[in-house]
Design a protein around this ligand. Structure first.
Ligand code: PEP
Length: 253
């Protein structure tokens, strides 16, 4: 059974004290994780260790960095390497978020290098893909997302792709309050799975967790996560509110 994941993306929000208060508040709200379910917290770099400590090694709860360098080590002032993240016990790295693609010019090619360096350091990428509104309006979203996946991931072996985590995040739905309908999410997730099936076979494609991201909240999580090819969500704004994120975790199927 493939993994279901509720992943928080705090982005560049919260002070450390606010983050700790959020974790404390969340711990007081009942939320359950079954064996095949995970909660992942995508945290700003300075808080990775304190928030990991605040979470206290709870079962099926993991920490993600929101980025890492494509370089191994050396004179790259301000960068953080995959090896550094591994050395402090981080499990996941969010890669290719649309904000990094747009504001930091991250290309499919650069992301393929980041994917490689994460895997070399036993970090699991949460690989984001998704189209802008103009692409959706031109009805070319399937081809657009397929190119993102091919150019960044298809050099990987079947063994490396097995159990991979993808986040489909239509840019027009991120932070806008506009959510893709559950039918639109299902249609794209099924397409993504079929792209992997063509390249790697059905078994590998069925092992991949495909998360939906874009204005997920307590009120819509259950319906979106209930779609057969939706395996959870990557959540921005609503992950900053304890009650919302607890309900989103409980919305995993
Ligand atoms: C995100 O940034 O990954 C995201 C999905 O944000 P939001 O939930 O706020 O739309």
């Amino acid at each position: 059974m493939r993994k279901q994941i509720a992943a928080a993306n705090w982005k560049m929000n919260l002070t450390l004290q606010q983050g700790e208060a959020l974790i404390e508040a969340l711990s007081k709200i009942p939320h359950d994780l079954k064996d095949n379910q995970e909660a992942v917290f995508g945290i700003p770099f300075p808080y990775l260790i304190p928030i990991k400590n605040a979470l206290g090694g709870k079962k099926n709860v993991f920490i993600a960095a929101q980025n890492c360098s494509d370089k191994k080590s050396g004179a790259y002032t301000g960068e953080t390497s995959a090896e550094m993240l591994q050395s402090i016990g981080i499990s996941y790295v969010i890669l290719g978020h649309s904000e990094r693609r747009e504001y930091f010019n991250e290309s499919n090619e650069l992301l393929s290098k980041k994917v490689n360096i994460c895997l070399e350091n036993e970090l699991k990428p949460i690989f984001c893909c998704g189209e802008a509104l103009a692409v959706r309006e031109a009805n070319t979203q399937n081809e657009f997302v397929e190119i993102q996946l091919k150019e960044s991931l298809f050099h990987l072996s079947a063994e490396q792709i097995k159990g991979f985590v993808i986040a489909y995040e239509p840019i027009w739905a991120i932070g806008t309050g506009k959510t893709a309908s559950s039918a639109q999410a299902q249609e794209m997730h099924a397409h993504i799975r079929s792209v992997f099936a063509t390249q790697y076979g059905a078994d590998i494609a069925n092992s991949i967790s495909i998360l939906y991201g874009g204005s997920v909240k307590a009120a819509n999580a259950k319906e979106i996560f209930g779609q057969p090819d939706v395996d959870g969500g990557l959540v921005g704004g609503a992950s900053l509110i304890a009650e919302e994120f607890a309900a989103i975790i409980n919305g995993l199927k």
